[in-house]
Unconditional design. Sequence first.
Length: 587
Amino acid sequence: MALLTDDIQDKLVQLLIDEGLVTAEVLHQAEVTAQKEAKPLFSLLTEQDAIDDEMLTHAIAHVSGVPYVNLTNTIVDQTILSLLPEDVAERFMAVPLAEVQNRLAVAMIDANNVQAVDYLANRIQRPLKVFMASEESVRHILSQYKTDLSDVGKAAAVSQEEAQAQEASEVKTIVQDSPISQALSKILEYAIKSRASDIHVEPMETALKIRVRIDGVLREIMQLPKSIEPALVSRVKILSNLKIDEHRTPQDGQFAVKIAGKEVDLRIAISPVVWGEQIVIRLLDKSGNSFDIEEMGYAGRSLRVIRHGIKRPNGMVLTSGPTGSGKSTSLYALIKEIKDDSVNIVTLEDPVEYKMQGVNQIQVNAEVGLTFANGLRSILRQDPDVVMVGEIRDGETAALAVQAALTGHLVFSTLHTNSAAGVLPRLLDMGIEPFLIASTVNTIIGQRLVRRVGPKRETYQSSPIETQNILATIGHLLPKTKDDVARVSADLGYKDLPLAGQSAYTLVRGVDTPQQPHGYSGRAGIYEVMDVNQEIQKMIVKHATSAEIQQKAVSQGMITMRQDGYLKALSGITTLEEVNRVTSDTA
């Protein structure tokens, strides 16, 4: 908040009372409390929610004679942001907005600070037009600064020169003294600010390719000189406590970093490939995960089946899907749904991705013999009510999980399969008897992640082919008459669904901007949830195929992943193209 003179403070108090924003009684009580606690009066008022911070900033700007601006929904072009370096902007809490008649419009928290304004004008060699903005507004613009990857290229060039001047045996010395750590930090910062889930460092014959996975899609961001590969790989190995002299076998590790105000866990996988060693870094952002089952996209019938399955005192709830489809996140959401002081929840994970209060989480460590199977044996002696096994990878773990479900425990776990029905033959393949599968598995979730349409969007009418696909996929689910809309929408969990017989449907698509590449921003889950009831149990015992079980589940009302995706497309969450892309193997 801006520093206020006594004169401005008196005017501000009078303005707040005159405009009816704060009563004289509230102000008097706040003044007494502020004196007792030695706190600034207006900071105390905002803490007590007596006045909104944005409104207070507007009032301060008014009595100071400085123009006010609200930036909470503003996007500033990167070329304008580049006119004021990010470190200077953060130090003075001042952000550039636009160029106006050869002057640079700048928003500041403390617009009355003449010395700061003079310094900024001298720094950028331009006269300024100063506006006052709230701290929230300024931080919103600061978050839009993109990491400059050209710094990585500069660091790479310096490192390349050093590498040529040193023997290969002195790589470790180079790493400690060279700018390669700065290059790695810039790559990590770029990935975190871009909301990437993975970074791929891939050696080629003559270069080092850097790719990031954003919203499930890989894209190349740069190529570095081949000569810096040993230094970069060694730097990652040192941070992950891996063996820097081991180049023939894969290694896994992890470390944590705090970048751009976020604490992020990094999971490292290094593998030898033809042209060197490939690094894949999985980024696990600890902030911004609510693990709310409804916010994740579960709705209607699927949500009801899940809630019924996790309320049972024993049995297994399994999530399935390929790597990176959100299976672990679903398990955390299920745990949050049932978490209670009366329930002892023990998890066995590799690694522990997110730490949850009130849950006993165990990290798998194969080096000391703590495997999923051995850990599960130990867990069952800890009087658990609910057991979560991060992944069923082999027959031994599967058999122990089934035994746990048979002996009165509720077991959550994941398997790598393409659909919910595919879980059943996978368990058979692991050597589990059909009658055991039938009597222990309660609920199976199949899932994928689709990209969400970004905030900047436009609507359009579906083409004849799109309309035909919609009707073929979910035509039988949509309401037949207007009287059915409310009932069907409530049953499926989506608001205001259109009628089944329309010649075209209103769909949305995002506008391609730097903030939402290809029109997408963020991801949502699409799900199919199978309730293993008596009829499906009988089919399992008779060795029915996964296709037959899938057909039976659909005939009983199960919504498939593709159908769920199409319903989300009609609701404006994603696009038909995106749903078709991620469900092509489940059709």
